[in-house]
Design a binder for this molecule. Structure first.
Ligand SMILES: Cc1ncc(COP(=O)(O)O)c(C=O)c1O
Ligand SMILES: N[C@@H](CCCC[NH3+])C(=O)O
Length: 421
């Protein structure tokens, strides 16, 4: 259960009415629940309590400083994929020895920055990246602790655009060549081999692909140890899915995931790192929007919202399902609507033929499960300002990212001198 419930016919986030926040902040806005964030962190930390374990929150899912800090205060480390994300994690109070640095192509500058911080581990994704890291570390007089991200060639059975563990995907080094690549790394200056890493995809709704990949990686660790490498860290990545469509999806619970991890790789005695993103923040957020107009088309009814694809791109990009609920309940029988935004693209559609109680201009709706890959993937397309983000904690809330002014986004400095004359 999340902390976005109904009481007296109105939606609440923890102790606050959504309509009250909407009145104060204006729509659209993202709204997150502190209690949900904390509870999700605890579910994982309790599930792995008996183990040498570190949860590195994949900050890409929601990089708001307040969200990172809420999780860091619980003890979370961070999985980052850029210097920007690393800076965010450090500023939010994540200590460097709890940071793992993933990403397909870290640049020279990014490597130098990370080496200067003394992070837990670089998850290296190719041989050219390894060689570059060795050069930079040596020139700075540092040693980079590394794992290779292994591509186990396992089908995560998720959306093709977020599946990362098949041989045809750009991620990681092929598991079939891993021993040879580790042997090369062991000889390079400035490199300390310490771990193995993988991440096979996002929004996985079954345990079986994880299990298959972890078996493969467990075997690899035994082979690498036989080759003389000291492997002490096993980073299993993120990827556990959440139920977007209450009726249709039953993704595995973190507890069952943890049991499987212990059964499959527990005997190896490694420090277990996991990098969940979506599961921590996805159901901790909603996108609140207002109906601008209800439009009767030739043969469809459109509910046109003030939120659009630029604010939440998941439905347009992955045909993703987000539950959409009126913020004030009504007894009226639901009717099918196409729920769309005002952007000039047909793809600016949140749902087609969705049954929802009839609404009128000015009514509020909440798009659920919008805490992950929502605000972070937003753009200002159609010169629409990024929407504010709000964090609720009990009976209080704070605006954790304000609505920018038009001056902020129009870029008054975009005119070069020759156009000004
Ligand atoms: C390397 C890495 N780790 C962790 C994650 C987090 O994934 P999820 O949000 O599915 O848990 C991702 C994104 O899929 C990723 O690319
Ligand atoms: N952006 C994707 C998830 C990508 C995961 C990134 N490694 C989504 O919204 O589902």
């Amino acid at each position: 259960m999340d902390h976005f419930g109904f009481a007296q016919g109105e939606m609440y986030v923890e102790g606050l009415r959504v309509s009250e926040i909407a009145e104060a902040v204006g729509t659209p806005f993202y709204c997150y629940s502190t209690e949900t964030l904390v509870r999700h962190y605890k579910v994982f930390s309790d599930a792995f309590a008996q183990n040498d374990f570190l949860l590195c929150y994949a900050v890409k899912a929601n990089t708001n400083q307040a969200v990172i800090k809420t999780l860091a205060d619980q003890g979370a480390g961070a999985d980052v994929v850029s210097e920007g994300e690393m800076r965010r994690a450090l500023l939010a109070g994540v200590s460097p020895e709890k940071i793992v640095y993933s990403g397909v192509a870290k640049t020279e500058g990014e490597m130098a920055f990370a080496l200067g911080q003394g992070i837990l581990q670089f998850n290296v994704e190719s041989e050219p990246e390894l060689e570059q890291l060795s050069r930079i570390a040596t020139s700075l007089g540092k040693v980079a602790a590394i794992a290779f991200r292994i591509n186990p060639d396992v089908d995560a059975r998720t959306h093709a655009k977020i599946s990362t563990g098949k041989a045809e995907n750009k991620f990681g080094v092929p598991w079939t060549r891993a021993r040879e690549i580790y042997a090369r790394a062991a000889k390079l200056p400035g490199i300390k081999v310490q771990g193995v890493d993988l991440h096979i995809g996002s929004q996985l709704t079954e345990l079986a692909p994880f299990e298959e990949a972890f078996h493969r990686i467990g075997q690899l660790i035994e082979d690498l140890r036989a080759d003389g490498h000291e492997i002490s860290v096993l980073d299993l990545g993120g990827g556990l899915g959440i139920p977007y469509e209450q009726a249709g999806e039953q993704p595995p619970l973190p507890l069952d995931y943890a049991e499987m991890v212990k059964r499959v790789v527990g005997h190896l005695g490694c420090k277990i790192v996991i990098e969940p993103g979506r599961l921590l923040v996805g159901n901790a957020g909603i996108l609140v929007s207002k109906v601008i107009y209800v439009k009767e088309g030739e043969n469809r009814k459109f509910l046109i919202l003030d939120a659009a694809m630029n604010d939440l791109i998941r439905p347009s990009m992955y045909d993703a399902y987000h539950e959409i609920v009126p913020v004030v309940e009504s007894d009226a029988a639901p009717e099918p609507y196409d729920i769309v935004g005002p952007v000039c693209e047909t793809g600016d559609t949140f749902a087609r033929g969705r049954d929802i109680a009839p609404l009128k201009g000015g009514d509020l709706v909440a798009m659920r499960s919008a805490g992950a890959y929502g605000a972070v993937m937003a753009s200002t397309y159609n010169t629409r300002p990024l929407v504010p983000e709000v964090l609720v904690n009990g009976a209080e809330y704070a605006i954790i990212r304000p609505r920018p002014s038009y001056d902020d986004i129009i870029g008054l400095d975009q005119i070069p001198a020759w156009l000004k004359e």
